[in-house]
Design a protein around this ligand. Structure first.
Ligand code: ADP
Length: 453
């Protein structure tokens, strides 16, 4: 087992990883920018190293500075968290070249799944169904027109290197294809330095359902069930549930088995998430994330397992030590992503937190690096807290979520807590009858009502 792990991240996820390390008896090294000198992840780590100025590209994305920090503190492994360098195959390679362990999949698998076109091609050969679309990259408008005519409008133009909902444009019909094609390419070039795009049929009422898998280096692969992440705004998740209100245990097991067989064939190691769209009883693969997900706690709650601990154990070469039949699913869990944003306009709201009172009680978990007196810096992702509830049934989980949201106080900055309170009251949410487009309309209607009232 490792003696010391450097955590190449900040915020709630850096704390989350520290907690797992501490329980395993592993020392932790925090890295931070000058803007984060007072951050909770720095205060709670055993050691910390300042790696640069506030802009992420000069600090949390600065590979040389992070590797130097690992060397001078004699860390023997690096956990990248999510975002930043977590899906950077070059970084994973460099970590290993320095004789350290990268806590994650092999660089080859990170690279393969980071190219969404290659990911789809690979998974198709392993028998996983895909969303209908182009066969590979589409390099000209004429080629895009031919594909769109074949699969039918509306279509979605997507960046091969895409992530975070960027480089993705819908064309409702032939007249908007040119614009969608040009915009998606320009956005992809600006965001990822790679303007390769592909086309997919734009599904009208899918749910986003993903499967959490884990592989060890001894050929074993298991799944930890699904998460339903259909509540999204601008293709970004806002609230997640495990399990999905839309599928039965039989459907979960059938999909899980298929996915595990594919991942075993690939020799996949460590944590991974396969994302699917689910519509009319059919699953269609869209992408794979080769890292820990923001929404991993809902899976932890229903499976009773510490997924970060599993990542660390597997990276250290240990066997999973259990099989699929040992993994149970108990009750229902829901996570709300609370961001420092105006709950109506979504304008960023960094600044001074004057009060922080997280909810508590049975089945309530808050993953956050906030504290009263902390100043949320304007340079990074706006996620400031994750509220997770767990209860024996979905109805009880919703009652618990409503109660926990009422208790939760974050003062001094605007947050999306009021939006979550409204979502919990919506009949569509309560019945579980929603798809990926529902929240967008719900948010738009709320602002209209506010405007007229
Ligand atoms: P990113 O990597 O940028 O997050 P994804 O491919 O994971 O992009 O898609 C993000 C979200 O966009 C999905 O969860 C879904 O809501 C929506 N989406 C993606 N592909 C399609 C599609 N073919 N039809 C409808 N919605 C889609």
């Amino acid at each position: 087992m490792f003696q010391k792990v450097l955590i190449a991240n900040r915020g709630e996820i850096a704390l989350r990883i520290q907690r797992a390390c501490r329980e395993l008896g592993i020392q932790t090294v925090a890295v931070h920018s000058t803007a984060d000198a007072d951050a909770m992840h720095v205060r709670l780590a055993d050691e910390s190293v300042c790696i640069g100025p506030p802009p992420a590209r000069e600090s949390y994305l600065n590979m040389a500075a992070i590797l130097s920090a690992a060397t001078i503190t004699a860390a023997d492994a690096i956990h990248p968290g999510y975002g930043f360098l977590s899906e950077n195959a070059d970084f994973a390679e460099m970590v290993e070249a320095h004789g350290l362990t990268f806590i994650g999949p092999s660089p080859a698998h990170i690279r393969m799944m980071g190219d969404k076109i290659e990911a789809k091609t690979t998974l198709a050969t392993l028998g996983i169904p895909l969303v209908p679309g182009s066969d590979g990259a589409v390099s000209s408008l004429e080629a895009a027109r031919r594909v769109a005519d074949r699969i039918g409008y509306p279509v979605l133009v997507k960046a091969a290197a895409g992530g975070g909902g960027r480089g993705m444009k819908v064309a409702e019909g032939p007249e908007t294809l040119e614009q969608a094609f040009r915009l998606a390419r320009a956005e992809a070039r600006a965001a990822f330095g790679n303007d390769a795009v592909y086309l997919e049929k734009y599904l009208d009422k899918p749910r986003h359902i993903e499967i959490q898998i884990f592989g060890d280096s001894h050929g074993h692969v298991v799944h930890f069930g699904e998460r339903d992440c259909s509540l999204q705004r601008r293709h970004q998740k806002l609230l997640e549930e495990a399990g999905s209100p839309a599928i039965t245990p039989e459907v979960r097991n059938a999909l899980g088995e298929r996915v595990c067989a594919a991942m075993a064939q690939l020799g996949y190691r460590n944590a991974g998430t396969l994302e699917f769209l689910y519509q009319d009883g059919e699953f269609a693969f869209i992408e794979m994330n080769t890292r820990l997900q923001v929404e991993h706690p809902v899976t932890e709650m229903i499976c009773g397992i510490d997924l970060v601990r599993e990542q660390i154990r597997i990276a250290a070469g240990e066997e999973l030590g259990y099989s699929q039949s040992d993994i149970g699913f108990y009750g229902h869990a829901i996570e709300c992503r609370v961001t420092a944003e105006d709950p109506q306009t979504f304008a960023p709201s960094p600044g001074h937190v004057t009060a922080f009172h997280p909810p508590g009680g049975l089945g309530v978990r808050v993953d956050s690096a906030l504290y009263a007196g902390y100043r949320v810096p304007p340079h990074y992702d706006s996620l400031v807290a994750k509220l997770i509830v767990h209860a024996p049934s979905r109805a009880q989980a919703i009652a618990r979520l409503r109660r926990a949201l009422e208790e939760f106080v974050i003062a001094g900055i605007k947050t999306t807590l009021p939006l979550h309170r409204r979502i919990v009251e919506a009949p569509e949410f309560q019945s579980g009858d929603y798809n990926i487009h529902w929240l967008e309309r719900f948010v738009a209607n709320q602002s209209k009502e506010e405007g007229s009232g």
